[in-house]
Design a protein around this ligand. Structure first.
Ligand SMILES: Nc1nc2c(c(=O)[nH]1)N[C@H]1C(S)=C(S)[C@@H](COP(=O)(O)OP(=O)(O)OC[C@H]3O[C@@H](n4cnc5c(=O)[nH]c(N)nc54)[C@H](O)[C@@H]3O)O[C@H]1N2
Ligand SMILES: Nc1nc2c(c(=O)[nH]1)N[C@H]1C(S)=C(S)[C@@H](COP(=O)(O)OP(=O)(O)OC[C@H]3O[C@@H](n4cnc5c(=O)[nH]c(N)nc54)[C@H](O)[C@@H]3O)O[C@H]1N2
Ligand SMILES: [Mo]
Length: 764
């Protein structure tokens, strides 16, 4: 076999420091700087005309869905500016006028592209044509679409088993693309459908499924705005779901109290300056969280148990709800009564009186409690148990399945929830397979496929040889960058359907393909001139249309459904009677099939054409429990927490204000006071002193797991208000430290928020 070219290409971004500028962390989010920053990004990238057209269509009834986070749009009104600063950055990045053309790839070798930072890769612009990296080549070259599909077909059909192929999905893919994709993959013969959810809210899905029978949240936007108490745990809404702040402001103005639980005092938790209200523009913030609990890293389960213990011992529980709807209360109650407060205080780092205060707030009034959470809960070893503890509290109070109360896992990618609804999951339930088989007249494989971690291992061990990605940036999003890079390099073929250049494009199999697609914002015109739309599902289970409005970045782009349909037609040829090309041409035909396979999509084509779309049914919300027991289940788990050695810290890998996952829009993290640098590690000042580390000193981070060490060099130490024993750095730079073998119980989500590290002064 000839040497694989990309073996010489570095898998990590260069560790150059960009010149840090420090400022004070902010106590409130948004305001005028947010507006100024939105405009800078949009007009800087897209120009005045394209930029204005983009922003005026964003999240409008007849416009396109914001490709950034999954936060829902208001149901009863839309302002002319229905977006946030970070939605604006996402749009600026997609609608940029800069292009990555075949000339770019002729100019820069793979090795030279790999030397660019993630920020520089995003800045390079939109990819305009399909490109191929031939075996042994140093440069990508242009390839015709048909030739690309034939190449994929040849590789897929040469495999000894369909299970030797892996089909990844990132959560930006629309419902139609996702449905067609999983149909192709299953018709081809495998359930190897890992997705970004495996690294994201998988723990929420697993916990909610066991406890209340549905892996989704149970509240609407109106519920949130009329709640009495809102718990926000392990989430940084000011950066990652900025439009949530408008809802929180409304809730607070209507009398709600917010309790935030987080090791970091994130600006969006403490205050909000509404950029479209006079008060906000004048810099007057609405205070948000009334109580802030600065929990130890991964101390949440103990803290939540303390809340539950208080509720039980105070007798402020809903006995009617518990006896009618739940199982397992007696065991849970006995467990809570037996817990020792000293232990709960030690593990959580929060005093008994603070915990009791929070519990009594949750139990106040008519117990309209909503709990919101994100990656601060899901990416730990005990994530599933911790999220079940959240559910336990709601079951104790009967705070689920009624107005203004319920569970709110706040989703990440704009259609990550919809992709799961469409069947992108390595282990869909039997009823889904039955429906699919009946509708398309075949027998889909029933054995489970690989999730993300299993897929990486399979490629590494030579059990999987073709990697195909519907969006995303697999190399940079997954744990253990070097290990994952080796896994991808061992493949015979790697394929990326994408919009922008990213690092996964330089770490390839023997052959590499880049298939550029239309973005959300772009017009999708059929050969007969009909303008098509696509659909998405937001974090609160509303399915609605998204209409692309702008000129495509290049005339050579295809839509995601077209790319998938043509991949399927080329690969399966006479082997399937599914009308792939017709479905790829007319999305109404895909929606007709979704209607017949997925419950809740009755009359899909008509209902989704109504402005605002429709809600999917949610049994837990209706107090119907699709669990193994037919009831909502209390889960009783022993106290657990990550256990660092005396000189170790618990590192969380999180997002700056200027990135969307692996896409780096800029080098600032404004709310945390960081300017022009990403290689920073936030540390507790005492922990720094103990190690003799001064402010802005370059340090090396060494992670230790199961006898193996992994090192990330040259991060600048930034003293920060956070509990002793914890540390924080940005992903993807810190992903090299996340061990492939460290993942959550049950959900198998990599433990990106509890990496055990040692911090030492950089050598040289
Ligand atoms: N602009 C922008 N928007 C985004 C994204 C983006 O990258 N940029 N990403 C999207 C995606 S895919 C997702 S999943 C979401 C992510 O949204 P978030 O979950 O808000 O993202 P993270 O930056 O990972 O932040 C995790 C938060 O949890 C806290 N935390 C860490 N460890 C613990 C812990 O042990 N306990 C508690 N209580 N808190 C902890 C951190 O301090 C931080 O505030 O955002 C989505 N929206
Ligand atoms: N250490 C650490 N690792 C993490 C996390 C963490 O908190 N810490 N978070 C995890 C989470 S929550 C998630 S969701 C994953 C995210 O993992 P992914 O979803 O794989 O990564 P993204 O960065 O969102 O993908 C960005 C790429 O998507 C492509 N893209 C953008 N728009 C489109 C489009 O419309 N269509 C197509 N086909 N492609 C498009 C672009 O080429 C871009 O480079 O990362 C996970 N990894
Ligand atoms: Mo995510």
């Amino acid at each position: 076999m000839p040497p694989v070219t990309s073996a010489i290409v570095p898998a990590q971004p260069p560790d150059v420091l960009t010149g840090i500028e420090l400022d004070d962390p902010k106590a409130a989010a948004a305001g005028v700087p947010a507006v100024a920053n939105s405009l800078k990004h949009v007009y800087g990238n897209s120009g005045l005309m394209r930029g204005t057209a983009a922003m005026l269509n964003l999240n409008q009834w007849e416009g396109f869905d914001c490709p950034s986070c999954a936060w829902p749009d208001p149901e009863d009104h839309r302002s002319a500016f229905e977006f946030c600063e970070n939605g604006a950055k996402a749009i600026a990045s997609e609608t940029t006028k800069k292009k990555v053309t075949p000339a770019f790839f002729a100019q820069f070798s793979l090795h030279e592209i790999a030397k660019m930072s993630d920020y520089e890769m995003d800045q390079a612009g939109r990819i305009t044509q399909p490109m191929v990296l031939r075996p042994g080549a140093t440069h990508y070259e242009a390839i015709a679409w048909d030739d690309a599909f034939e190449l994929i077909a040849k590789e897929l059909n040469a495999l000894a088993s369909p299970d030797e192929a892996v089909f990844y999905t990132s959560g930006r893919a629309t419902n139609e693309a996702a449905f067609l994709y999983q149909l192709f993959v299953r018709r081809y013969g495998t359930n190897n459908l890992p997705d970004c959810s495996n690294m994201c809210h998988e723990s929420s899905g697993a916990a909610l499924g066991m406890s209340v029978g549905i892996g989704k949240g149970t509240v609407t936007l109106k519920d949130l705005e009329t709640a009495e108490t809102i718990l926000i745990i392990g989430q940084n809404p000011g950066t990652n779901h900025p439009r949530m702040l408008s809802s929180l402001q409304r809730a607070v103005e209507a009398g709600a109290e917010i309790i935030a639980i987080n090791p970091m005092k994130e600006a969006g938790l403490t205050g909000f300056m509404h950029p479209q209200q006079v008060k906000g523009v004048l810099g007057m913030a609405t205070p948000l969280a009334k109580q802030f609990m600065q929990v130890r890293a991964n101390g949440d389960q103990a803290l939540l148990k303390g809340i539950a213990k208080t509720l039980v011992e105070d007798g402020s529980i809903d006995r009617d709800f518990i006896s009618t709807h739940t199982l397992g209360f007696a065991d849970y109650e006995a467990h809570l009564r037996g817990l020792d407060w000293a232990e709960l205080e030690r593990v959580s780092g929060i005093s008994r009186s603070e915990i009791e205060k929070a519990a009594r707030q949750c139990a106040r009034g008519s117990r309209k409690l909503i709990t919101c959470w994100a990656m601060g809960l899901t990416q730990h070893k005990n994530a599933v148990a911790t999220i079940q503890e959240v559910v336990n509290i709601h079951l104790l109070l009967g705070a689920i399945g009624r107005e203004s109360a319920g569970l709110c896992p706040v989703r990440g990618h704009s259609n990550v929830q919809g992709d799961r609804t469409m069947g992108v999951f390595e282990k869909m339930p039997a009823w889904f397979h039955d429906n699919l088989d009946r509708e398309f007249g075949f027998q889909s494989p029933r054995h489970h496929g690989y999730d993300t971690v299993a897929a990486i291992k399979a490629m590494h061990e030579g059990r999987a040889k073709v990697f195909y990605a519907l969006g995303g940036n697999f190399l940079q999003a997954t744990p253990d960058t070097e290990y994952t890079a080796e896994a991808l390099r061992k493949c015979s073929l790697t394929v990326h359907i994408c919009t922008k250049l990213n690092r996964s494009h330089v770490i390839t199999g023997r052959t590499g393909l880049i298939l550029p697609c239309l973005g959300r914002s772009e017009r999708d015109v059929r050969d007969d001139g009909v303008l098509q739309f696509l659909t998405v599902e937001n974090s609160m289970s509303v399915v609605h249309a998204s209409h692309g409005k702008l000129d495509p970045a290049s005339p050579h782009l295809l839509s995601e459904p077209q790319i998938i349909a043509r991949t399927a037609a080329a690969t399966l040829k006479g082997r399937s009677n599914v009308p792939w090309l017709e479905m790829g041409r007319d999305y109404d035909l895909i929606r007709d099939r979704i209607e017949r396979v997925v419950p809740g999509f009755e009359d899909f084509n008509n209902r989704v054409r109504k402005p605002g779309g429709f809600y999917l049914p949610n049994n837990a919300r209706d107090l119907k429990w699709d669990t193994a027991t037919g009831k909502a289940n209390f889960a009783t788990h022993p106290i657990s927490c990550v256990q660092p050695a005396a000189d170790q810290l618990v590192l969380q890998t999180f997002r700056s204000h200027d990135q969307f996952n692996t896409t780096v829009y800029g080098l600032n993290d404004r709310y945390r006071g960081i300017g022009n640098e990403r290689r920073v590690v936030f540390l507790n000042p005492q922990d720094m002193k103990k190690r003799g580390i001064g402010p802005l000193q370059p340090v090396d981070l060494t992670s230790e797991h199961a006898g193996q060490t992994r090192v990330a060099r040259r991060f600048l130490a930034v003293p920060y208000d956070m509990p002793s024993g914890s540390a924080a750095a940005y992903f993807p730079e810190a992903n090299v430290l996340v061990p492939i073998d460290s993942f959550a119980d049950v959900s198998l989500t990599p433990t990106s928020k509890s990496v055990l590290i040692r911090v030492t002064a950089s050598e040289g």
